[in-house]
Design a protein around this ligand. Structure first.
Ligand SMILES: [Zn+2]
Length: 156
């Protein structure tokens, strides 16, 4: 996720993401949000719902990692989650199945074909936009013809 969006989430939900300042050995939150910008709104909503349930102390639940599962969905680790918070996180994970990780459009789904979107949840537009098209405009070989005309010159 880009740094501006990352900072917005950190500033707005400073307490929930307090492990962003922790050393990497103790929390992966120091890596930031390891996913695309398209999930910004999803993460924002989830963070807001969790923050409403948090108290101020240092033992309150904190998010320790935000990244992506092998199946392309949102991955989140929460330190000391309550049942209500675990439920909110599960809901966000479920929603990520159909929200484009790149642009936030829904419906989207996990892409399997080779290309930059492989293994990512992507909408049709992003999948098409980023799919490498076969190069049909490869320059045609003209060397044969050139060689032929060289031969003609030599013949004269
Ligand atoms: Zn998209």
């Amino acid at each position: 996720m880009d740094s501006q969006k990352t900072n917005e989430l950190y500033e707005r939900f400073s307490h929930l993401y307090r492990e962003r300042l922790a050393p990497l050995e103790s929390s992966k939150m120091a890596w930031g949000f390891q996913c695309g910008d398209g999930w910004y709104n999803l993460i924002h909503k989830m963070s807001k719902r969790i923050t409403n349930l948090l108290n101020d102390d240092e033992s309150a639940p904190a998010i320790a990692e935000v990244s992506r599962n092998n199946d392309g969905t949102l991955y989140i680790t929460v330190r000391n989650p309550t049942l209500a918070i675990a439920d909110i996180v599960e809901t966000a994970k479920e929603q990520s199945r159909i929200i484009c990780e790149t642009c936030g459009y829904s419906p989207a789904f996990l892409r399997h074909q080779d290309g930059p979107q492989k293994g990512h949840v992507a909408c049709g537009r992003c999948a098409r936009h980023n799919a490498g098209r076969p190069n049909n405009k490869a320059p045609k070989r003209k060397s044969q013809r050139r060689r032929a005309s060289d031969i003609e010159v030599i013949k004269r």
